[in-house]
Ligand binder design. Structure first.
Ligand code: UD1
Length: 417
């Protein structure tokens, strides 16, 4: 099993490029099922989750060629409408294939998504919305069979919670439905805008009001398109947190600054200086970070839950006491036990994590429990005195391309062994 070896203490300095967003490219790969002809997707990160999504596409009989950060997909109606259990389990987000397979084939069979490290991940909101579009659902021995024998029909849908995945599934399903779908309380995350622009590029007719209402005018057929995936705001936040703990001074290239407001504001509260210009962020951290009295994760444009572990890790050595409140996932704090090994003082109670800033952390042997929790351990190890070994880094590879290489470019002592 691969590990990361990190010797902490180096101040990060220099410039790196941010990759395309994981959470954009995954639904975009799924949406290609709705199209016909050759789609080219640029700026795709090389991640194990992207490989898993492409495997699902291949299983459905759709050909693709991956060349560096470009993926060319020859879209057509899938030859199968079932995703086998082992492929469903290979990626937690595989549920996002539901809307596109159902719209294209009139049927879709997936296994019931199990719980995961971040707590139960039910798909009741997805199911309720797809039923409103005319799908029927039967559960049989751990599989969910969806069918829309008379086709999907546009309607008014109100999501009980602005779930990112449910919003994406509804948009994909409604794109080829007959009539108009008006989706209320839709998620506002930038990756949804990216999915919509990919679909509209191929002839879909989707209007995003930007305030939680998305109107999808159903079309009979989509053609193909060429698309550039937006930058990964969570990858950017990760390098900002890494620079923050080391008192670093870095520049991130290829950023959409308008998506970074909540994250930037958190680092500014911690005493960092941030200058956004064109598509870059110049980030300068003080020698000791300040604590944040209270910060909570929220749906976009609030502070992203995926950046929670990163900021918690940075706050472990801030001056004073900080409180983080997790509002999206039940078990987000699963990584905290591992983070505490570094000497961090964090106490968690349900949604609250109270962090007493320590002057120093110490190198340890620890294991990743999940993707963003794993990134939090790297951040702690960069600050810690001495050597750390981080195991179970398969979690990190789901969402970060070349993280060790990039951190080395910034002057960190880190290697994969
Ligand atoms: C997506 C992101 C993930 C991010 C999350 C929240 C992708 C591939 N993943 O995940 O990185 O952390 O958004 O920004 O884009 N829920 C229900 N019932 C449902 C659907 C969701 O109860 O039918 C709950 C979930 O359990 C969770 C919350 O709603 O507690 C948010 O989930 P959701 O927005 O759907 O996140 P994902 O799409 O899974």
């Amino acid at each position: 099993m691969q590990n990361l070896l990190i010797i902490g203490g180096n101040r990060l300095q220099g410039a790196i490029d941010i990759h395309g967003a994981k959470n954009s490219v995954l639904p975009i790969i799924s949406a290609s099922i709705l199209m016909n002809g050759k789609n080219v997707i640029h700026n795709c990160p090389d991640l194990s989750d992207v490989t898993a999504a492409l495997k699902i596409l291949g299983f459905l009989g759709i050909k693709y060629v991956r060349n560096g950060s470009d993926i060319a997909i020859t879209s057509r109606k899938p030859t199968k409408f079932t995703i086998p259990d082992e492929l469903m389990r290979s990626m937690r987000s595989s549920v996002m294939f539901l809307g596109s397979i159902l719209a294209r084939c009139g049927k879709a069979t997936i296994s019931t998504p199990g719980g995961c490290m971040l707590g139960p991940r039910p798909i009741d909101i997805h199911i309720k919305a797809l039923k409103k579009l005319g799908a029927s659902v039967k559960e049989e021995g751990g599989t969910l069979n969806f069918s829309a024998d008379n086709g999907l029909v546009g309607t008014e849908i109100f999501l009980d919670f602005p779930s990112v995945g449910a919003t994406e599934n509804v948009i994909m399903a409604a794109t080829l439905a007959s009539g108009v779908t008006t989706l209320h309380n839709a998620a506002l995350e930038p990756e949804i805008g990216d999915l919509i622009s990919f679909l509209n590029g191929a002839g879909a007719n989707i209007y995003d009001s930007g305030n939680g209402t998305v109107i999808i005018y159903g079309v009979n057929k989509l053609s193909s398109t060429e698309h550039i995936v937006i930058p990964d705001r969570i990858e950017a936040a990760t390098y900002m947190a890494a620079a923050a703990v080391t008192g670093g001074n870095i520049k991130l290239n290829g950023i959409e600054n308008r998506y970074m407001t909540a994250v930037n504001n958190a680092f500014i509260k911690m005493g960092c200086n941030i200058v956004c210009k064109d598509k870059t962020i110049a980030f300068d951290a003080p020698s000791r970070l300040k604590s944040i009295d209270f910060i909570k994760s929220e749906v976009y444009p609030g502070f992203p839950t995926d950046a929670g572990p990163l900021i918690i890790s940075a706050l472990c050595t801030a001056e004073g006491r900080s409180v983080f409140c997790e509002k999206i996932f039940q078990n987000r704090y699963v990584f905290v036990n591992e983070l505490s090994r570094f000497g961090a003082d964090i106490s968690c109670d349900k949604t609250i994590a109270a962090i007493e800033g320590k002057e120093k952390l110490y190198g340890v042997h620890c294991n990743c429990t999940d993707l963003r929790g794993g990134a939090a351990l790297i951040i702690a190890a960069l600050k810690a005195e001495g050597k750390s070994r981080i195991g179970n880094i398969c979690h990190i590879k789901r969402g970060y391309q070349d993280i060790a290489k990039n951190l080395r470019l910034l002057g960190a002592d880190i290697k994969e062994v």
